[in-house]
Write a protein that binds this ligand. Structure first.
Ligand SMILES: Nc1nc2c(ncn2[C@@H]2O[C@H](COP(=O)(O)OP(=O)(O)OP(=O)(O)O)[C@@H](O)[C@H]2O)c(=O)[nH]1
Ligand SMILES: [Zn+2]
Length: 318
């Protein structure tokens, strides 16, 4: 598999193949002290996984910054950044054409969507002409749905429901309208900080792609910076980009971790998502107290048990 393409061009299964075994780090624990491992992102698994896509690169072998500006001297010259082989750093927003513009054609063949560029669920950067243009078609579909339920779509209480429902669905999936570069808005700062940054309990609302019902919960993100830190709110905004789409929780978890890696090329990223799936609560198996926990550990969080433990302790502390 070639790993020279942009993240936005990778299919869901390709991304999963690349970082699948970064989930559930218990299976990959190795004994190494933090002082040693903090400068290492070497993978403990086979070459078809994380090591192929996410590699530690010494400063001198990093791709040049897209702005051409000088990188500051590293805090620890031995600490390589966690870099996605398939991507470059997020360029500063200079108002010109995004280097993240998708190269692949859309995959949707839905009539009326010929000009839409946003039908790849992994795209970070699609800019649909206007999703509002989808409203009339969506409203018509909801009207049919109401009729299918045996309801009278023309009764007073339902007359505006198809349009309301269409607008609500557009809101629930507004992440398709967002891209990482715009969301970051240049809030990546050079900073001599090499201790863990954790933002926890970020509320998350998403839509189960299997049943089109919500799942919700909280996301905790940690990263170990390498000279660059991210505006704190941007971590929560990254959660919004990917949660406001049709999702499965596992993919959501990975996409958040990969996006943080793209944004600041840290030494490692950790993401834990705890979700309640309404498809398991209101229907189906009807387990109202069940929670699903997923995690993605990249770089030093994956390789070093102590770093991972420090993160998990911070996340689990009240
Ligand atoms: N792995 C994963 N599965 C999910 C997620 N959201 C929903 N599902 C599952 O998707 C599966 C779909 O299974 P199906 O048997 O095709 O559908 P179903 O008959 O509605 O399944 P039940 O929910 O068991 O009634 C179910 O097991 C859901 O629990 C998610 O985020 N991740
Ligand atoms: Zn579901």
């Amino acid at each position: 598999m070639s790993f020279t393409r942009q993240l936005s061009e990778m299919s869901a299964s390709e991304l999963n193949d690349a970082i699948d075994d970064t989930n559930f780090p218990q299976a990959h624990i190795i004994s190494r002290g933090r002082n040693n491992s903090v400068c290492s992102t070497s993978s403990t698994s086979g070459t078809s996984s994380l090591a192929d896509r996410v590699v530690a690169q010494p400063e001198e072998t990093q791709p040049p910054s897209s702005t051409g500006s000088e990188e500051p001297a590293p805090i620890n010259p031995n600490r390589p950044r966690l870099i996605l082989k398939s991507s470059t750093s997020i360029p500063e927003n200079d108002g010109t054409q995004s280097s993240l513009t998708p190269q692949t054609p859309r995959t949707s063949t839905t009539p009326g969507h010929e000009n839409c560029t946003f039908h790849h669920d992994l795209e970070l950067d699609h800019k649909p002409p206007t999703r509002e243009a989808l409203l009339p078609d969506m409203a018509r579909s909801y009207r049919l749905l109401l009729g299918g339920l045996g309801e009278n779509p023309d009764r007073q209480g339902l007359i505006k429901t198809p349009e309301r429902a269409a607008k609500a669905m557009l809101y629930f999936t507004k992440g398709y309208d967002q891209n990482l570069e715009d969301v970051l808005n240049g809030a990546v700062f050079d900073e001599d900080h090499d201790e863990m940054v954790v933002v926890k309990d970020i509320e998350m609302f998403s839509m189960c792609e299997h049943h089109l019902v919500p799942f919700y919960g909280k996301v905790s993100i940690g990263y170990l910076p390498c000279n660059k830190i991210l505006g704190l709110s941007k971590l929560a905004r990254i959660v919004e980009i990917f949660s406001r789409r049709l999702q499965v929780q596992e993919r959501l978890t990975k996409q958040i971790a990969v996006a943080v890696t793209q944004a600041v090329q840290p030494a490692g990223v950790a993401v834990v998502v705890e979700g309640v799936h309404m498809c398991m609560v209101m229907r189906g198996v009807q387990k109202i107290n069940s929670k699903t926990v997923t995690s993605t550990m990249l770089g030093v969080f994956r390789d070093d048990p102590k770093t991972r433990e420090e993160f998990l302790n911070l996340v689990n502390s009240k």
